[in-house]
Design a protein around this ligand. Structure first.
Ligand code: NI
Length: 259
């Protein structure tokens, strides 16, 4: 199984990061994609990925921090992208729920980073909160041929999911799919093709039932995979295998057998 989106770099894991990663591996998590949100954390994700074989890194500036972007940010990201184990560019996007950076600044930073990812030939990891229409419009305008990537913690409707698939993106289902009230996400999972779905925890956030309210961690990705298996009428092993293959394909990574 693969946790396609977590934040092992966050301070919530500073006191027991090794144990969390080990617990993930013991629970069959072969890859954990840990995702940077600002330059300091981007450096940290690369260090963690280079320390632990099962951890891989994504780098980019989260929309919350778009207001801190200047030209030197992009120079630094270009350098970091060359480091070993960097597999994706993100998380980037729009957050019109919290609006920590002004909306126009978020949009500018998002477009510039889509282009930078294209230049660096890295797949995108997209953050979308309450900005579905703008995300779709920008992705279809800016997306360069073959860029693609992952819509992280998908929260749009079925029509949006279809449009994302048409643009070549994969849909990441977070462990919130286990929440009693999250019928919308379960309905979307039911309708979407299995070969375009990924699972993720977004840990330390969004812990699944039955751990809701506590710190989330990569080993809990199994609750998301179990729910997908239940919805799709397949076994957990099948759900784990297929979502893992999808993640590796989305990120242009090799299967273990091909290494
Ligand atoms: Ni995230």
């Amino acid at each position: 199984m693969i946790d396609s989106h977590c934040h092992l770099e966050m301070k919530e894991f500073d006191h027991d990061r090794s144990e969390v990663i080990e617990r993930g591996e013991k629970n069959g998590i072969t890859h954990m994609i840990t995702v940077g949100t600002d330059l300091m954390h981007c450096r940290k994700v690369i260090n963690i990925a280079q320390t632990y074989p099962a951890v891989y890194a994504a780098i980019g500036i989260h929309p919350h921090f778009a207001k801190d972007i200047d030209q030197s940010t992009y120079d630094e990201l270009r350098k970091l992208a060359k480091k070993d184990k960097v597999v994706a560019f993100g998380e980037i996007g729009l957050d019109f729920f919290r609006n920590i950076s002004p909306r126009d600044v978020q949009i500018k930073g998002f477009k510039e980073q889509i282009n930078l990812a294209g230049e660096l030939n890295l797949p995108l990891i997209i953050h979308d909160r309450d900005a579905h229409q703008e995300i779709l419009a920008i992705l279809s305008e800016e997306k360069k041929q073959g860029a693609g990537g992952i819509i992280h913690c998908f929260s749009g409707d079925y029509s949006m999911a279809r449009q994302c698939l048409d643009m070549g993106f994969y849909i990441a289902v977070s462990t919130t799919v286990t929440y009693k009230k999250n019928h919308q996400l379960r309905d979307i999972v039911k309708k979407l093709p299995m070969d375009r779905l990924l699972v993720e925890t977004d840990s330390p956030y969004l812990a699944p039932s039955p751990h809701r309210g506590k710190r989330n961690e990569p080993s809990f990705v199994k609750y998301g995979a179990e729910k997908i298996a239940e919805i799709k009428g397949i076994t957990l092993k099948e759900a784990a295998t297929i979502t893992s293959q999808n993640t590796l394909r989305a990120l242009g990574m090799k299967m273990d057998s091909e290494k």
